[in-house]
Design a protein around this ligand. Structure first.
Ligand code: ARG
Length: 438
């Protein structure tokens, strides 16, 4: 059954019907579709286009559809073309001819646009709350583990940092992600309802009323843009892609750190899996899956960007392709944020192993050079001297701070007893990173 067909001589082929149908994926918009219709019908009555009685009947019908869906009494399936047709046809079945008046001064073009904006806005807020949870988990983990660890560049041990400072880098990243999501919500917060197919309507409607009723800041300025703008989907998908990139980098670190080679952290059993053949194995599948799923979120972004790039104004059916990929990206980013929060809130930090890696990594070499510079040696020369000390230590299998002062003096007369305090890891941290830690 269809909402159109008057000008057709033949029915649609089954093949085409299946190809065209979006019900299987846009059914998740049922709540927004019904709420959009409720606002629309109130506006129609307010503007004298429907009677109060007709409005009440339609509202009652729509509310009964909503509660039946929510209580599982009405399943969203069958041969309706999309969720909009499904709800409207159901309404007509329930309340008869009055139901046929719902679609006055509206098109499915502005209907789907308003449904998607409502849905996207609500879900983006949910994403932002998952980011908040993750931020709190990161902060707690960082505060509880203000311990020394090696800092890396080129994945080579570079200078001493703290685990706290390392984790707070991710705190900064996810804080930016949250701002990006909230900013995208702010930009998209305009109502397309009332743009109709592309050119508005000859009825005297009130777009300000529906915009306010649905919680938008204002109606969109331009009808053609209102029905064919999918920027907010692209923008949010791009926010999601950046979130996934951050989650993936963090996952990569957790994978490395939980390997025997690093052995810095223990991922809890709750977020690990075993091997079906190698009994000793504990695999960081949660982190690997997040890293893997990053690709599909990037893919969704490329998909919607490509779909939109050649579409003339205004609505074209290509735009139906905005949904599946976007929903997938949304579901993915939400589950990955939750999994990451779970994984980090149960993570065990192996402080001793991190400290051992610091000692074995000559992570105070830069500070030894800085010490010599403080005693008057040019930095480039100091760099060379310390390079030779590192070579010597490697042969002796010892750390710089474990050399006695006579050994150090062989490399430079400038070394004195105070060097040991200066290159001590804690004092290095106090002079450096910890000074700047919030
Ligand atoms: N399922 C359609 C979509 O997602 C709804 C809009 C249909 N509009 C139309 N003119 N056929 O884009």
């Amino acid at each position: 059954m269809k909402l159109w067909g008057g000008r057709f001589k033949k029915g649609e082929s089954k093949l085409m019907e299946d190809f065209n149908s979006s019900l299987s994926f846009d059914r998740r918009l049922y709540n927004q579709d019904i709420n959009g219709s409720l606002a629309h019908v109130k506006m129609l009555a307010k503007c004298g286009i429907l009677t109060e009685n007709e409005k009440d009947k339609i509202i009652e019908g729509l509310n009964s559809i909503l509660s039946d869906i929510e209580e599982g009494k009405l399943l969203i399936d069958g041969d309706a073309e999309d969720i909009h047709s499904f709800v409207e046809m159901n309404l007509i079945q329930r309340i008869g001819d009055t139901g046929k008046k719902l679609h006055t001064a509206r098109s499915r073009n502005d209907q789907v646009a308003v449904d998607m904006r409502l849905y996207t806005k609500a879900k983006a807020k949910e994403v932002s709350s998952y980011i908040d949870e993750l931020l709190a988990v990161i902060k707690k983990l960082a505060d509880e583990n203000n311990v020394i660890m090696p800092g890396y560049t080129h994945l080579q041990r570079a200078q001493v940092v703290t685990f706290k400072h390392h984790m707070m880098a991710y705190y900064s990243m996810f804080s930016r992600d949250k701002k990006r999501v909230l900013n995208a919500i702010e930009i998209m917060n305009e109502s397309p309802l009332g743009c109709c197919a592309l050119a508005g309507t000859t009825y005297n409607t009130d777009r300000d009323f529906t915009a306010k009723e649905l919680g938008f800041n204002k109606p969109v300025d331009n009808f053609l843009d209102g029905v064919s703008d999918r920027d907010y989907i692209i923008e949010l998908n791009s926010c999601f892609a950046i979130i996934m990139m951050h989650l993936s980098r963090l996952s990569e670190e957790l994978i490395l750190w939980s390997s025997k080679e690093f052995d810095f952290v223990l991922i809890d059993d709750e977020f690990s899996t075993g091997s079906s053949i190698m009994p000793q194995k504990k695999n960081p599948d949660a982190a690997e899956l997040i890293r893997g799923k990053t690709g599909r979120v990037y893919g969704s972004l490329m998909s919607i960007l490509s779909t939109m790039k050649g579409i003339p104004l205004a609505y074209n059916k290509d735009m139906q392709e905005d949904k599946e990929q976007f929903f997938d990206a949304l579901d993915t980013v939400m589950s990955c944020l939750k999994i990451m929060s779970g994984m980090l809130s149960t993570l065990t930090i192996k402080e001793q192993n991190m400290f051992r890696a610091v000692k074995r990594g000559f992570l105070n070499a830069t500070e030894v050079a800085d010490y010599l510079v403080g005693k008057g040696m040019p930095f480039r020369d100091a760099h060379g001297v310390v390079g030779s000390i590192v070579l010597y230590c490697e042969e002796k299998n010892s750390a710089i701070e474990d050399l006695n002062i006579e050994e150090l003096k062989k490399f430079s007369e400038l070394f004195d007893q105070d060097v040991y305090d200066f290159i001590d890891y804690e004092s290095t941290l106090n002079r450096g990173i910890k000074k700047n830690l919030k």
